[in-house]
Design a protein around this ligand. Structure first.
Ligand SMILES: [Zn+2]
Length: 268
């Protein structure tokens, strides 16, 4: 049965104004001339990693154009719940994106691939849902389908593999750090609170115990890079409804390829 995708359009303007106004420096870590967050200077300092576009990986045409709303306030880390491939090539990563898009459109009945970004085990970064890359570049958010009830305010990164009992490759983690540094700079997010796992919002084991246990190190690595680049770490006021709820992680969860927990909810 097809899942009808309905998205609330974020009022946007007032929230963005509030967030930008609240982008004050975190105590004492800044040097003179530090790049502002959520601005072209901050994004420029962080640098955009190489991201393969939808055209690069041969995406199918989406059934609808994604809604673009104001900046997200969290970055959600997922695993793809697919095999831990030893093919680290860009062509394999492209094939994975095509396979995920096919599953999301033909099995889930969605209009397009769900997540905004996908990272292969060779470290190749792929654009996801249509309009994602232009939206990020302009500090906006193309709404996807990856974390139930939180899709309007979270950007989702799917990391190739299943990390319940093994850790990702070093190449994948390096690209994940690069991607999070870029997103934090573009959106003015503090990695300490903004980077979360899928299980922090929904009842799921995603992104797997092993990758989930690496999130504190990921936050720390991203924060260190942002400090080095003199990108300010903001103090942001996030609405209570947007904060993680830390539901219980299911035991003996059935593993189905491509499926890693609730992705579309009543609030989406
Ligand atoms: Zn997930």
């Amino acid at each position: 049965m097809a899942i009808h995708e309905r998205w609330r359009r974020d009022p946007g303007v007032s929230r963005r104004t509030l967030l930008r106004g609240a982008a004050v420096a975190a105590g004492g870590v800044l040097l003179g001339g530090a790049a502002e967050v959520g601005t072209a200077r901050g994004a420029l300092a962080a640098g955009e990693p190489k991201v393969y576009t939808r055209a690069d990986w041969g995406a199918r045409k989406a059934r609808s154009t994604a809604s673009v709303v104001s900046a997200p306030d969290h970055i959600v880390i997922h695993h793809t719940a697919t095999a831990n491939s030893t093919d680290y090539s860009a062509s394999h990563a492209a094939a994975l994106s095509r396979a995920i898009q096919k599953y999301h459109m033909d099995t889930n009945g969605w209009d397009d691939i769900g997540q905004q970004l996908t990272i292969g085990r060779g470290g190749h970064i792929m654009e996801g849902r249509n309009r994602s890359l232009p939206a990020i570049r302009s500090g906006d958010h193309a709404v996807g389908a990856h974390t139930a009830d939180h899709n309007t305010h979270t950007v989702g990164i799917e990391n190739e593999g299943t990390y319940t009992s093994t850790t990702p490759t070093a190449a994948l983690m390096e690209s994940l750090v690069d991607t999070c540094v870029w997103l934090c700079a573009v959106y003015g997010l503090n990695p300490a609170s903004a980077i979360v796992g899928h299980r922090d919002y929904n009842v799921t084991s995603c992104p797997g115990d092993k990758l989930y246990a690496m999130l504190p190190q990921l936050r720390s690595d991203v924060a260190a890079r942002l400090r080095l680049l003199q990108v300010r770490l903001p103090l942001r006021d996030v609405p209570a409804a947007h904060r993680p709820t830390y539901p219980a992680v299911p035991v003996n969860e059935r593993t189905v390829p491509f499926h890693h927990g609730p992705t579309v909810g009543e609030l989406d």
